[in-house]
Design a protein. Structure first.
Length: 327
């Protein structure tokens, strides 16, 4: 495979609508594998990138797509961990909406036994984000209590399951009663539908130790007020707005920490470490059936526009997957 060959990729056309176009195949560098992509998944970040609000980090593919599942079709110099024909899923900085993607070999994980490509494509971004931020950034300890705003999101549904497996009681806030019911099924201990019940009435007086917060904005003060002494809030998004007014006294007196965290812009080495720890500590739970992808829907990639519309309308519970090939 060379960079002179062409492949299909799902890109915004001149009117901004997603559709297939012919583009050059990615080149393969030292330490990389070339994957034939069979499935990818939609992330909230894809919607922002399309609008020009979340550009790829320097050197990353301009093509959308932060994760995929597929087959190794070529290995660059220095790759020893994979060989042609291996079925893997991968965390990407971009390029998942292409027929082929080249990726640091260390950012791939084996597809859990019995999983389809669609199921495997739903794993990397959500589980890497939840694992990184709960157990590494926030250093969540056994028994500590967790709040997951947007609990029915791709990241939220992964985080609920990790908390269940790791023995951390977790609670959610969501937009609908249907989403709350699904979060409880997945293992959340309780939750509120925003606008129907306050988080304080659910969680006070105990409060929580850690919050994985993709909402922040107007909700940040409410979230911080729920943290116990030494509590940690990991800020992973600001769907509720990027500005907030805070009671700094509370942060100081209760010794709270607010930790900002993005996955995509981390160094290749940091991501390799994260994927290594995910493979060791989280992946075995998929083969044992304790963890599973939560798949909202699967669209052929020719219908990526409809898949994005579903996510933009906040209709999904868990992951929306794009099937690139027929299997
Ligand atoms: N920092 C990182 O490294 C990182 C990595 C991955 C994802 N993220 C962030 O994590 C969040 C979840 O990503 P995802 O792809 O899993 O999302 P997703 O599956 O698209 O789910 C997002 C959900 O958030 C809720 N929501 C939307 N706007 C909201 C608002 N203004 N206030 C409260 N809730 C709102 C909606 O559910 P309801 O109906 O329940 O409101 C929506 O379905 C996003 O903010 C994303 O950018 C960050």
């Amino acid at each position: 495979m060379t960079d002179k060959l062409l492949m299909d990729a799902c890109l915004p056309d001149k009117n901004g609508r997603l559709g297939l176009a012919r583009v050059p195949c990615p080149a393969l560098s030292d330490g990389e594998v070339l994957l034939r992509v069979h499935a990818t998944a939609v992330n909230r970040a894809d919607l922002l990138q399309r609008q020009g609000l979340y550009p790829p980090p320097p050197g990353a593919s301009e093509i959308l797509g932060l994760e995929c599942a597929g087959v190794v079709v070529a290995c660059g110099p220095g790759v020893s961990e994979w060989q042609e024909g291996d079925q893997v899923c991968a965390l990407l900085a971009g390029g998942g909406y292409g027929e082929y993607v080249s990726i640091d070999a260390r950012h791939c994980l084996p597809i859990p036994p019995g999983y389809s490509f669609a199921e495997a494509a739903a794993l990397p971004e959500a589980f890497a984000t939840a694992w990184l931020n709960l157990y590494q950034e926030a250093r969540l300890q056994p028994g500590e209590r967790v709040l997951l705003p947007a609990g029915a999101s791709g990241v939220g549904t992964a985080a609920i399951q990790l908390c269940r497996v790791m023995g951390n009681p977790c609670f959610v806030s969501v937009g609908t009663t249907g989403k709350l019911a699904r979060c409880l099924e997945l293992g959340a201990k309780g939750g509120v539908v925003r606008g129907q019940q306050s988080l304080a009435s659910l969680l006070k007086p105990e409060g929580v130790d850690v919050i994985l917060d993709p909402v922040a904005g107007d909700c940040l003060a409410e979230h911080l007020a729920l943290l116990r002494d030494n509590g940690r809030l990991v800020l992973i998004g600001f769907m509720g707005g990027r500005e907030a007014s805070l009671d700094l006294g509370r942060i100081l007196v209760r010794r709270l920490r607010i930790i900002g965290s993005t996955l995509r812009s981390r160094s290749a080495g940091d991501k390799a470490e994260l994927i290594g720890s995910l493979g060791m500590q989280v992946w075995p739970h998929f083969s044992q059936g304790a963890l599973a992808p939560v798949i909202d829907s699967v669209f052929p990639w020719t219908e990526a526009e409809a898949a994005h519309a579903r996510v933009a309308a906040n209709l999904n519970i868990g992951k929306v997957v794009l099937q690139v090939t027929g299997n």
